[in-house]
Ligand binder design. Structure first.
Ligand code: ADP
Ligand code: MG
Length: 280
């Protein structure tokens, strides 16, 4: 379920309002405590599937505004880690802190999306029969803060935000096109744009450049670099040219734990990393 879907679900769920009332202290904008400059802190996360440890005492810290790449062989637990952060999978053990005070393991998927964690899946979940502009408009209107204006005219500020996002995702000349007619790469950018309309603090991107042309991949790298700082990004990717372009700190996952961490050059020179991943 992506952020838009989970918000749409949440909006239609009668329990949502009472649930959020109880969580009011958590959900109020501006309550994310970044005083230690850490936006995400996973500590000793273990997830087992039928006795198999997909995550094994995984600990990871992401700084506010940081861009982090996660690499590792298939089955290392990268997607499971994102499932835990977004509330899709509950860990058997461990904690996940968003800022200093919010324990994500106690929140539901829609609540986690609502407090500012956006997730992009490999397969875009855009509305193909709507225009690019309408897709962004819809993503914004699922935001509870603007819910009262759901059927009202878009105000100037909202139109400006959509125009700004269209520029950012390089679709400013495609606003009136049906989303279904975009290229694969453009559809991926549109979904990122839809996530951005929710103003996420943290963006999780699972293999975002899979299937993209080299040019689209490079443009996606430029987009991520421009988002870092304002947002924190955790990017899972196998494409080493792309990881190199991002130039960020790299975490190598293996068998559900962190095997190595450092610059791409450092982890590429690490004998253990070469053995389990890069050398194959
Ligand atoms: P990655 O994304 O790094 O390739 P995953 O997180 O998808 O790895 O998977 C980690 C391990 O957990 C794999 O061995 C996978 O088969 C297993 N796994 C993931 N999800 C489930 C599930 N829902 N049920 C059973 N096993 C799962
Ligand atoms: Mg995966």
């Amino acid at each position: 379920m992506n952020a838009v879907d989970s918000l749409l679900d949440a909006r239609d769920n009668p329990d949502w309002d009472s649930g959020t009332a109880e969580l009011g202290h958590v959900l109020k904008p501006g309550k994310l405590d970044l005083s230690h400059k850490v936006i995400l802190y996973l500590e000793d996360i273990t997830v087992t599937f039928d006795g198999f440890r997909a995550l094994n005492k995984l600990s990871l810290t992401i700084d506010a505004g940081e861009l982090r790449c996660i690499i590792g062989p298939n089955g290392a637990g990268k997607t499971t880690m994102m499932d835990v952060i977004t509330g899709k999978t509950r860990p058997d053990e461990g904690t996940v802190f968003f800022g200093q005070t919010i324990d994500l393991t106690r929140l539901s998927e829609p609540e986690i999306a609502h407090i500012g964690v956006g997730r992009k899946f490999q397969k875009p979940t855009i509305f193909e029969n709507h225009t690019v502009f309408e897709n962004l408009e819809l993503a914004m209107k699922t935001d509870k803060r603007v819910r009262h204006s759901l059927f009202a005219q878009l105000d100037a500020a909202a139109s400006d935000r959509i125009a700004e996002t269209l520029r950012l995702i390089r679709l400013d000349t495609h606003g009136k096109r049906l989303a279904g007619l975009l290229s694969h790469g453009q559809k991926q950018w549109l979904e990122i744009g839809m996530l951005l309309m929710q103003e996420p603090k943290l963006l999780l991107l699972d293999e975002p450049v899979a299937g993209m042309t080299d040019e689209e991949t490079e443009r996606t790298g430029e987009l991520f670099l421009s988002l870092a700082g304002r947002h924190s990004l955790v990017v899972v990717e196998h494409d080493m040219a792309f990881v190199k372009q991002l130039g960020s700190k790299v975490t190598v996952l293996h068998e559900g734990s962190v095997l190595a961490e450092g610059t791409l050059e450092e982890v590429q020179a690490d004998a253990r990393v070469i053995e389990v991943y890069l050398g194959r």
